[in-house]
Design a protein around this ligand. Structure first.
Ligand SMILES: [Zn+2]
Length: 188
């Protein structure tokens, strides 16, 4: 059971309300690159993320707009910002820290929404059925190479709208010497 892996750098998902504040009324995000997961894309828009101890500039916005704004950072990014992000699945934002977002036309003081994304695997329902894997299941994944590593606690995200790809952040990627889109092995 081999799948491609990719590293996610710091990025942000924005609500319509926050897009308007940061980039102007009824602003529409500009797609400059489609991501592997259908419907998800890298935008030309950039924001500054600010925490109590520092800022990170040029943070990529990933579209489309979401119901809630979510800032995905690594633990290392958190050290620069002075924020300790809890490790969460996307969308699970209760009791998470906030930050300040600065765009070209305004700023937003977020009360919550900063997380370190829990490592996960996107998979289409048909492939998951073939391999007997289910949504929400936790699996291990073996990364080969000179820094070979077995990741435990990798959560399956199975759906009809999914493509096949494992996502880790840059800290996890560096720890395992990962090259984007290399193949890794699922160990149920
Ligand atoms: Zn993902």
């Amino acid at each position: 059971m081999n799948i491609p892996i990719a590293r996610s750098d710091i990025h942000i998902h924005l609500s319509e309300e926050h897009i308007s504040i940061l980039f102007g009324d009824s602003h529409k995000l500009h797609n400059i690159k489609d991501l592997t997961i259908p419907g998800q894309f890298v935008c030309s828009e950039r924001v500054i993320v600010t925490g109590p101890e520092g800022s990170i500039e040029d943070v990529v916005v990933v579209g489309p707009a979401r119901r809630e704004t979510q800032v995905e950072i690594s633990i290392t990014n958190g050290l620069s910002l002075g924020i300790t992000p809890p490790v969460r699945m996307s969308g699970n934002l209760e009791n998470t820290p906030g930050c300040i977002l600065i765009g070209p036309l305004g700023s937003v003081s977020l009360k919550k929404g900063v997380i370190a994304s829990k490592r996960h695997i996107h998979m289409h329902t048909n492939q998951a059925r073939e391999w007997n894997l289910s949504d929400g299941q936790s699996v291990c994944v073996k990364v080969p190479g000179s820094r070979a590593l077995i990741f435990d606690e990798v959560i399956m995200r199975v759906g009809e709208d999914q493509a096949q790809e494992m996502h880790v952040d840059f800290d996890e990627g560096h720890a395992a010497g990962i090259t984007d889109f290399q193949s890794v092995e699922i160990i149920p």
